[in-house]
Design a protein around this ligand. Structure first.
Ligand code: PLP
Length: 424
């Protein structure tokens, strides 16, 4: 089976993929994993918030600033050409990473949030009318809710929310029922950051397309865990962030089908997004530059390309298989802890263990775990509607990457037992 996210990666991990996979060796590439916290070795389990960076990414960014630093698309001088080549070369690498058809379908953004806002403010502003509908799911991150609320308010359109089950799975039947001739766009998360649920985006896209409705996929939590093929998914837009993919902060990608991006107006105005300017009229640049106003985050793009190269060297099938095994191990450990309830028990899950405990607030769990050197996130995870759906104010969340190990999971379980002792 080809382990594309959305195709039951958690259920059918590719065992052969694990041959030769060495997390202990991989860990040596990540300087931040060597730090100690409160005198204990760091156990970093907050990868859904942001990932650590391999030395290859740090080196690429330093090399750029020390040997190649210049602005892009502007200078005829040597360094500017080097920087331009690095910048445009990175676009090709991203295109291959997502298996997009064309480089000009790859727009560099500040991150997932920025990419979604771009589509809401450009596509949404152009096409939404009063009474139209945008569909999101009940497990969205705030960054795939608020931009749609803003544009729907402005256009007097309605936001529709697909419900989820008690396991945190999407109600596909309800989704299908909600698609109507008023639906103008579906915006859905691929992998939920709060629950770990892998949504059946391929089916969702096919159902929407049967009614001529385009689909934006929030890929913030998926690209780092398994292969993503935007042509196979047939999504219309796909957004992700570099910092969740072992790359720098402040850089991200919006993939969009060329014919949709062509028809959309620019989101922001400024340098580089124009082909000619007079005080009477401006002619916009071609794709993708039309959507990249101003000096871009060149060092971020260079770092992102290095991160993608690093991930590809490890292999995304290997990563998916390894993390599926780690998730199964962690789920078993945590499920055996008295008073612990996992929030998000979907059949298709990526490496997120979100949980609450009887009599201990999530923030207290997070604090005690931190004293043991175990870094997890505690809070609403920018998904307040998910917390409301499950009737909890917050959860503690451990989220894995390919550099985590079974020993990290053991440390997590041990630290939770410590929290139970403290609050007994
Ligand atoms: N979508 C999901 C599912 C996320 O988990 C996140 C970040 O946690 C985002 C969107 C927003 O990403 P960023 O803050 O990098 O723009």
């Amino acid at each position: 089976m080809k382990p594309v996210v959305g195709q039951r990666i958690a259920e059918e991990p590719c065992q052969e993929c694990l041959v030769g996979f060495g997390p202990e060796k991989i860990r040596q590439d990540f300087p931040a994993l060597r730090v100690t916290v409160h005198g204990k070795p760091l156990v970093y389990l907050d990868n859904a918030a942001t990932t650590q960076k391999p030395q290859a990414v740090l080196d690429a960014v330093v090399r750029y600033y020390t040997q190649e630093n210049s602005n892009v698309h502007r200078g005829v001088h040597f360094l500017s050409q080097v920087a331009t080549q690095a910048y445009d070369g990175a676009r090709t690498r991203v295109r291959r990473f997502l298996n997009a058809a064309h480089d000009h379908e790859i727009v560099f953004t500040r991150g997932t949030t920025d990419g979604i806002n771009l589509v809401a403010q450009s596509y949404g502003r152009k096409y939404l009318r009063a009474g139209d509908e945008v569909i999101v799911t009940a497990m969205e991150h705030h960054s795939n809710i608020v931009p749609w609320q803003m544009i729907c308010d402005e256009k007097r359109a309605n936001l529709k929310v697909v419900p989820i089950t008690d396991a945190g799975e999407l109600r596909l039947d309800e989704y299908e029922r909600m698609l109507s001739d008023r639906t103008r766009l579906v915006a859905a998360v691929h992998v939920s950051n709060a629950l770990g649920t892998v949504n059946p985006v391929r089916e969702m896209i096919a159902l929407a397309h049967a009614r001529g409705v385009p689909v934006l996929v929030d890929g913030a939590q998926s690209v780092s865990h398994a292969p993503v093929d935007v042509q196979a998914l047939d999504c219309d837009f796909y957004a992700f962030s570099g910092h969740k993919l072992f790359g720098p902060t402040g850089i991200g990608v919006l993939y969009g089908k060329a014919e949709l991006l062509e028809a959309m107006p620019p989101y922001q105005g400024g340098g580089d997004m124009i082909s000619a300017v007079t005080f009477e009229k401006t002619l916009y640049n071609t794709l993708p530059y039309k959507f990249e106003a101003g000096t871009p985050h060149i060092a971020g793009v260079v770092g992102l390309a290095a991160a993608i190269e690093y991930v590809e060297r490890i292999g995304r099938k290997q990563i998916a298989a390894y993390e599926a095994d780690l998730l199964a191990y962690g789920t078993e450990l945590l499920s055996a802890i008295p008073g612990l309830r996992l929030i998000g028990t979907a059949k298709d899950k990526a490496g997120v263990l979100s949980f609450v405990m009887d009599g201990i607030h999530a923030h207290d769990i997070g604090t005690i775990l931190d004293m043991e050197g175990v870094a997890v996130r505690a809070g609403h995870h920018c998904a307040m509607p998910v917390m409301k759906r499950f009737g909890v104010p917050a959860t503690a969340r451990a989220s894995v990457a390919f550099y985590n190990t079974r020993a990290d999971m053991d440390a997590l379980a041990k630290a939770i037992h410590k929290a139970i002792e403290v609050f007994a």
